[in-house]
Design a protein around this ligand. Structure first.
Ligand code: HEM
Ligand code: HEM
Length: 174
């Protein structure tokens, strides 16, 4: 295994990093929404104040544009990495969770409408992305250990890899 930390393109680190921060926030706020508004699966043992549908919707509203750019990046420039099944699964989980989220309407759960197809899809996607991301992180650690995992969180940017180069990188498909 290489001793040096691999270099990851700055655009990938940016899009992947924002996604990797927002997904756990969406996951957790979604869990609170589920427990507060759909008591069929989990219930909170204590009261949690706040409008969590709103909070979750705001996280989702931040997430979806970044996720869209990340998907464009991953199937364009990052295509070679998608041969790793666990990377592709994480991407698919992301597409399903965000796509089904966009089909959700914020008033459904408030008004007790728990049987919309989009809602069932959103819950299914929530479970799928959970499994996919665990697999993804496991695969990263197995292939490259902490070094590969840490490479995504590095801040160093090479001379020829700054924001000025992003557009040309995206256009020059390899
Ligand atoms: C990792 C898991 C999840 C992700 C990535 C995710 C993502 C999203 C996204 C992107 C939206 C659309 C926001 C917008 O229109 O701008 C959304 C909406 C929504 N999601 Fe999730 N979600 C997740 C889990 C859950 C769970 C577990 C629930 C539980 C019931 C849930 C309930 C909702 C509701 C009620 C809305 C509509 C909120 C609104 O439009 O204001 N989500 N979600
Ligand atoms: C939370 C949700 C996450 C999603 C949706 C996600 C998704 C992805 C995707 C789609 C790729 C492939 C990118 C490409 O095609 O260019 C990727 C690569 C990668 N991710 Fe994540 N990721 C997540 C979290 C994480 C976390 C927490 C870590 C750190 C442990 C991580 C480390 C990496 C690494 C090191 C690569 C490069 C792997 C390689 O070269 O094969 N990811 N990720």
């Amino acid at each position: 295994m290489a001793r040096t930390i691999p270099y990851q393109p700055s655009l990938l680190r940016l899009l992947h990093g924002i996604t990797a921060v927002l997904i756990p926030l969406a996951w957790l706020s979604g869990l609170v929404v589920l427990a507060k508004h759909d008591g069929r699966w989990v219930r909170l043992p204590f009261a949690v104040p706040g409008d969590w549908i709103d909070i979750h919707g705001s996280v989702g509203a931040l997430l979806w544009p970044v996720a869209l750019l990340f998907v464009v990046y991953a199937i364009g420039l990052g295509r070679a990495r998608l041969r790793q099944a666990a990377n592709a699964a994480a991407l698919l989980g992301l597409v399903l969770a965000v796509g089904s989220g966009k089909l959700m309407q914020e008033d459904w759960l408030r008004t007790g409408q728990l049987d919309h197809l989009a809602y069932h899809l959103h819950l299914l996607a929530w479970m799928l992305i959970t499994g996919a991301v665990i697999w993804h992180i496991g695969s990263v650690l197995r292939r490259g250990g902490v070094r590969l995992a840490a490479s995504m969180a590095q801040l160093h940017v090479r001379e020829n890899d700054g924001p000025r180069h992003w557009v040309s990188q995206l256009l020059q498909r390899r």
